[in-house]
Design a binder for this molecule. Structure first.
Ligand SMILES: Cc1cc2nc3c(=O)[nH]c(=O)nc-3n(C[C@H](O)[C@H](O)[C@H](O)COP(=O)(O)OP(=O)(O)OC[C@H]3O[C@@H](n4cnc5c(N)ncnc54)[C@H](O)[C@@H]3O)c2cc1C
Length: 527
């Protein structure tokens, strides 16, 4: 049975800052279809709190932003890409404001800038502590008002349609679109496109504790890899040092800006411990803070540490961090009078699908933009608030590049059906629930903040087993959202462990007990 087919010029998979920006920029050039697996409002972008790093203050400089980024990236940043991203930032921040994103202003009427860990200047433009939501709302309202953009919510991308798979005689592996699972009608559809943009975000759900929403399961990364994309630097998963520790608070992050504005980390006995680890104390780069907390927790057996902001005036806390204040209060913590219990959690993937300076992947007509991509900006560790910036810059570059390529004739017409539509409904759902849980525990325990050869070997053995079980399940059962996500998580887990095993050193956020030194030459890990 053939699946329904939609044709579009530009297929954008994912609607965070990357996907929404690309869609808006290409709508004047042809038909655009944006596809998301949940609603437009469910993305990492939506939950971003702190803001966007950019040089907007006359006393700041590109050189300084470049240097802070390179220091954080621990010798793996690609300097040409860092310079490009930093210098294009201010223009694109202004464009975002023109699209309707309202950023906070200071007393002088100019944009108010905060400072975050690792930055040597105030350069984070923000909208209170809900920057991501404000940015996403502005872009979503523009996208919804555009006649050339069709929006499909509730559709999960399954795999890309590539010539290697469906027309192997074609000269160069090219993307022809993708298959999607329509969650409401429980059927597979195919979207055929001239250009495809993977903008599916990150994969925090690979770990037991994460700041990411439930849909961050690394789908785009796994999909790209299965289609033949090169992936790089997956060992560099950034753990955010301060997620709220509370049994009922799922994935809630206490923004870096809270430390930027004076929050101090303390152990359970109330002792500020960060000065033992770094001259910048609580404002040290986040990998150092996360590792310090991990060390303190392992040393003491405590379950969390405290973040103390009580020295700030109550009205300032409430006006600067209204969202965090409300969420803490909901869980019985008044941050103006109580310390906040916090733990580290998986937050941001510095690695991803390898792209060039135009956001192209090694598969023709396929771009990867945003957290799913590895552009060379972050190296071995991302500087805070550089990710929304990176997504904006590469969305702009991808759209410009795709628009210049015009109408690319000459793609083969293919007639390919989805094969397992008629499979029976799943009979052993437990395989999926078990694998989902096991992957996340294995990754947390063996591939977490501190790693060792021994732990990684254990992780690899377990993940290979899970992959095999999920694969068997995949071929025997009808497609479902659950199997898609677990299949992708298992693939990303495997890639991450393989990446981590091949790095015989400690660098940036990859810390190996057996290889504590950083080698003199930095090299990307490419699979
Ligand atoms: C709590 C939190 C706070 C953060 N704060 C900041 C900050 O202050 N500053 C900063 O720079 N960065 C921050 N980050 C990181 C930043 O938000 C992300 O890196 C960025 O938003 C990623 O944007 P994106 O467009 O690449 O992906 P996302 O915004 O994650 O969007 C991904 C999209 O892909 C869709 N999708 C995924 N899989 C599929 C599939 N199989 N089929 C169809 N659609 C799919 C999703 O539904 C979603 O629409 C934060 C992240 C979190 C989680």
């Amino acid at each position: 049975m053939s699946e329904p087919i939609i044709k579009t010029d530009h297929l954008v998979i994912g609607a965070g800052i990357a996907g929404l920006s690309i869609a808006l920029k290409l709508a004047a050039r042809g038909s655009v279809t944006i596809v998301v697996k949940n609603s437009l409002e469910e993305s990492n972008t939506w939950y971003a709190q702190g803001g966007i790093a950019s040089v907007l203050d006359p006393t700041d400089s590109f050189e300084s932003h470049v240097s802070d980024t390179m220091v954080a990236g621990a010798g793996l940043c690609h300097e040409d890409i860092v310079r490009l991203v930093v210098s294009e930032g201010p223009r694109l921040v202004r464009e975002l404001a023109d699209f309707g994103a309202r950023f906070d202003a200071g007393k002088d009427g100019a944009w108010h800038l905060t400072r975050e860990g690792g930055h040597s200047h105030r350069r984070i433009i923000h909208s209170r502590d809900v920057t991501g939501r404000v940015v996403a709302e502005a872009l979503i309202s523009k996208v919804k008002g555009n006649q050339n953009i069709r929006i499909l919510e509730g559709h999960t991308a399954i795999d890309l349609v590539t010539t290697d798979k469906v027309a192997p005689d074609f000269s160069q592996n090219s993307c022809l679109g993708a298959w999607f699972f329509d969650r409401a009608l429980r059927r597979v559809i195919r979207i055929s496109s001239s250009m495809t943009f993977l903008c599916t975000g990150g994969h925090g759900k690979l770990y037991l504790y994460t700041s990411n929403p439930d849909n961050a399961t690394g789908d785009g990364l796994a999909i790209g890899w299965r289609a033949g994309c090169r992936v790089a630097n997956l060992e560099f998963m950034q753990f955010h040092p301060t997620c709220l520790f509370h049994p009922k608070a799922k994935n809630f992050l206490i923004s870096e800006a809270v430390r930027g504005e004076g929050g101090i980390l303390k152990d359970m006995r109330g002792r500020p411990f960060m000065d033992d680890y770094h001259p910048m104390g609580s404002l040290a780069p986040r990998d150092i803070v996360a590792r310090a907390i991990d060390t303190e927790l392992k040393k003491t057996g405590d379950q969390h540490v405290w973040l103390d902001v009580r020295s700030l005036e109550a009205h300032r806390i409430k006006s600067s961090f209204p969202n965090i204040y409300e969420m803490c209060l909901k869980h019985g913590i008044d941050m103006t009078t109580d310390m906040i219990p916090v733990v580290p959690a998986a937050h941001y993937s510095c690695g991803g699908i390898v792209t060039d300076s135009r956001a192209r992947t090694n598969v023709e007509r396929l771009y990867a933009v945003g957290e799913v991509a590895c552009t060379g900006l972050h190296g071995a560790n991302r500087l805070a608030s550089n990710s929304l910036l990176e997504a904006m810059v590469f969305a702009d570059r991808a759209a410009t590049d795709a628009a210049m390529r015009g109408d690319l004739a000459g793609l083969p017409e293919v007639d390919v059906g989805w094969t397992n539509v008629d499979q029976p409904a799943p009979d052993e759902q437990v395989v999926l629930t078990h694998s989902w849980d096991e992957i996340r525990r294995v990754m947390w325990n063996y591939v977490g903040i501190v790693r060792s050869e021994h732990r990684l070997k254990r992780a690899l053995a377990r993940i290979e087993n899970i992959r095999q079980e999920v694969d068997e399940y995949w071929w025997r059962n009808r497609v479902s959202n659950e199997v898609l996500e677990v299949r992708n998580l298992a693939a990303v887990a495997w890639l991450t462990v393989r990446s981590a095993m091949s790095r015989k050193e400690s660098r940036g956020i990859h810390f190996m007990l057996d290889w504590p030194e950083t080698s003199s030459a930095g090299k990307d890990t490419i699979i």
